[in-house]
Design a protein around this ligand. Structure first.
Ligand code: 5AD
Length: 439
């Protein structure tokens, strides 16, 4: 590394993609702090710039390549090294070094312990490392997180064994491995001592967590027993949602009744080609059980339109499933072929782009209606929010989340950060709600 020897190297980390990446970036920050580096929140002064990336759709990768090329202009003025780490690095490996000449390092998600090596002079040459380590759980590493934020991510498992045919994640994040419950509970308790009031348990298929005979329901109860005021988790897979998990969410007061349950498609044949492991009827049954067992549960989902071979009638099944489930929110995507996946090898990406786009617009329209109606129904109601941010429209604005994971903006001259407060919802916009403190 070619930073001036009379000062500490400065590292800038930019994060793309899922919450797992946000958590990993906190760990990367911790690793560099331990290696006596300073962290910065702008690329301008950095000696080393790392982009922690996502590979789930082609567009995510294109954005990062564009960003590397933009950041490379800094190289004209001074010494700076740029690295791509995470899923895109694992997916594209050394071909990324070939196609992006200004990129210096490409490092997969299992290589983070070696990152401080980037700072040693011997490592000045460009290189890629996509080695995998089935046992790597990054136990015992430091974290660098925003100490003011009352909400913290806790990784409970890494990798994924589900092998959905469209998905690149099993190839980028490797096989499933679970952290011991004891480590997860200890981390939660440590965070509580730092003032954290909410943990979000993370895993690519978070409810696939197990330890011997114990499954995710047991983990939820163990974390609940710490007494932390709020617990969330993401993302569960419909196949791993049993009565034990439902009962834990229903019975433990501190587990928020909000479940993100990706369905991907409403048609059984498409689900089978996606290798999701459930039928439309089975998914609907899980949703029925969730709504019945957990009063006021809010549900969100992920949907892919234009999967190979998806007919108009099959797409209509997705629309009717959305109607049947009335999700409070949805993340809606056009299918994007990913090299290395079974869908890319075995099926032709035969739904034309205009058709994908039209289908996407229809699901967006349908979902926006549900979200709007759901939010409008909240107006006048009282909700507990955990204040976790500062609003951007004027002074004394705070933002917080309801137990159902909706964002509420509230105005107050008091210092509310980190507090659990009750608000009365006064107004509903498309994405956010406005409320006033109940007083
Ligand atoms: N194309 C489009 N969307 C995808 N997702 C995963 N892989 C693909 C792909 N190849 C979506 C799924 C998943 C979310 C994180 O991203 O809906 O749940």
């Amino acid at each position: 590394m070619t930073h001036q020897p009379d000062r500490r190297p400065i590292v800038y980390i930019e994060t793309y993609g899922c919450q797992m990446n946000v958590r990993d970036s906190e760990m990367l920050g911790g690793i560099f702090r331990q290696a006596e580096c300073d962290l910065t929140d702008t690329p301008d002064r950095a000696d080393l710039i790392l982009l922690n990336t996502c590979a789930v759709r082609e567009r995510a990768e294109q954005r990062v390549i564009g960003r590397v090329n933009q950041l490379a202009s800094l190289k004209k003025r001074r010494e700076v090294r740029i690295g791509v780490v995470g899923c895109m690095a694992q997916h594209l490996r050394d071909s990324l070094l070939e196609s992006v000449p200004d990129l210096d390092y490409v490092l997969g998600p299992d290589t983070y312990r070696t990152l401080p090596d980037l700072l040693s002079v011997e490592r000045d040459e460009r290189y890629a490392d996509w080695s995998t380590d089935r046992g790597e759980l990054y136990e015992g590493l430091p974290t660098w997180r925003d100490k003011h934020c009352p909400s913290a991510f806790v990784t409970v498992m890494r990798g994924c064994d589900m092998m959905c045919t469209f998905c690149v994640v099993p190839f980028t994040r490797g096989r499933e491995r679970c952290r011991p419950a004891l480590a997860i509970v200890a981390e939660t308790e440590r965070l509580m001592e730092e003032g954290v009031r909410e943990v979000i348990l993370l895993g690519q298929t978070v409810n696939a967590w197990r330890e011997g005979e114990a499954g995710f329901g047991s983990l939820l109860r163990q974390v609940s027993d710490t007494g932390i005021p709020r617990i969330r988790f993401t993302s569960p897979h419909p196949l791993h949602f049993g009565p034990v998990e439902l009962a834990a969410i229903a019975e433990c007061e501190n587990i928020c009744e909000s479940v993100h349950l990706p369905v991907q498609s409403g048609n059984t044949d498409v689900l089978e080609r996606m290798n999701r492991g459930y039928t439309r009827a089975e998914y609907l049954e899980i949703v029925r059980a969730l709504r019945e067992t957990i009063p006021h549960v809010t549900l969100s989902t992920d949907i892919i339109v234009g999967f190979p071979g998806e007919t108009e009638a099959q797409f209509e099944d997705t629309l009717s499933l959305m109607e049947a489930c009335a999700f409070e929110s949805g993340f809606l995507f056009k299918y994007s072929p990913r090299s290395g996946t079974r869908a890319d090898r075995e099926f032709e990406d035969d739904v034309p782009e205009e058709v994908k786009q039209r289908r996407l617009e229809r699901v967006i329209e349908l979902q926006t209606g549900f979200t709007r109606r759901f939010q409008e129904a909240m107006v006048g109601g009282e909700y507990e929010i955990l204040v976790d941010g500062i609003g951007d429209r004027g002074p004394d604005q705070w933002t917080g989340k309801t137990r159902g994971n909706r964002t509420v903006v509230v105005e107050s001259g008091e210092q509310l950060m980190g507090r659990l407060v009750t608000v009365v919802i006064e107004e509903s916009g498309t994405w956010t709600l406005r409320g006033r403190l109940k007083g």
